[in-house]
Design a protein around this ligand. Structure first.
Ligand code: UDP
Length: 236
């Protein structure tokens, strides 16, 4: 599938148009950003690792009956996806306390959250992605009541599939962020799922194996992503 132009270049991925308006090419770059793009570095091999990691997870989710935009990988660092009309919110589920939840509420990192916590954030760099709730989303027209319900339902379905997938690899899925879009009137999972957008801890040592290694300067970032991938069956 030929790329015809750049639709959007984000912090870690570039979205390319194709001759088919229903299809796009997602390019996973080596760029890694943290703190709202304040810190950006190139990490060798990360684009390839995240592309293959994402393809594997998206296929697992599809196998579990969760519709995603993923079509197929095109190259080491590119995948073909369906062109969704993205809903401008991020959906976060937390199984353990970490990150902004700990900063915001002063709870202890690692505390188990039962039931898991769901949060919406508005995608808006200038406003630093503020947390919003169902009322903001409906009233400002970012998504309909029904779409909000579908995003929540799908995000929790993903939790069941991925908690078990990572659990088999002796990993704790601490939290993760998903983005959804609309295709043919249906709410479908878009964006990506990789260690850039979730937290994964080794179940025995509690070692961080996700993007917090980059955020906290712990080193071996891509090596950890690959270790996580190998444990769940990704072939790099
Ligand atoms: N996350 C993300 N992109 C964002 C914000 C958060 O992928 O723009 C992910 C993040 O990696 C973590 C989860 O969503 O797995 C919850 O993030 P949190 O709200 O704790 O924010 P952070 O501590 O990452 O600023």
């Amino acid at each position: 599938m030929e790329k015809t132009g750049v639709l959007y270049a984000g912090k870690a991925k570039t979205v390319h148009t194709t001759a088919d308006r229903d299809l796009m090419v997602l390019e996973f770059r080596n760029d890694t950003s943290a703190f709202d793009g304040e810190r950006i570095e190139q990490l060798a091999n990360k684009g390839r690792v995240n592309n293959l990691f994402n393809a594997f997870v998206m296929q697992k989710l599809q196998g579990a009956g969760i519709e995603t935009h993923f079509v197929k990988t095109l190259s080491d660092h590119e995948s073909l996806v369906r062109n969704l009309k993205m809903l401008p919110v991020e959906c976060v589920v937390r199984n353990r306390a970490a990150g902004s939840l700990v900063r915001r509420l002063g709870v202890e990192e690692g505390q188990e959250l039962n039931p898991p916590i769901f949060e919406f954030f508005l995608k808006n760099d200038a406003l630093h992605d503020p947390m919003v709730n169902d009322f903001h989303i409906e009233t400002f027209g970012w998504a309909s009541k029904d779409q909000i319900a579908q995003m929540k339902d799908l995000t929790f379905k993903v939790n069941e599939v991925l908690k078990s997938l990572f659990g088999q690899g002796d990993l704790i899925l601490v939290d993760y962020k998903l983005e959804f879009g609309v295709f043919d009137g249906r709410v479908i999972l878009g964006d990506e799922f990789s260690p850039d957008g979730c937290r994964l801890w080794d179940a025995k040592t509690m070692e961080k194996m996700d993007k917090d290694r980059f955020r906290q300067g712990l080193g071996n970032v891509v090596e950890s992503y690959m270790e996580v991938g190998r444990r769940i069956g990704v072939e790099f």
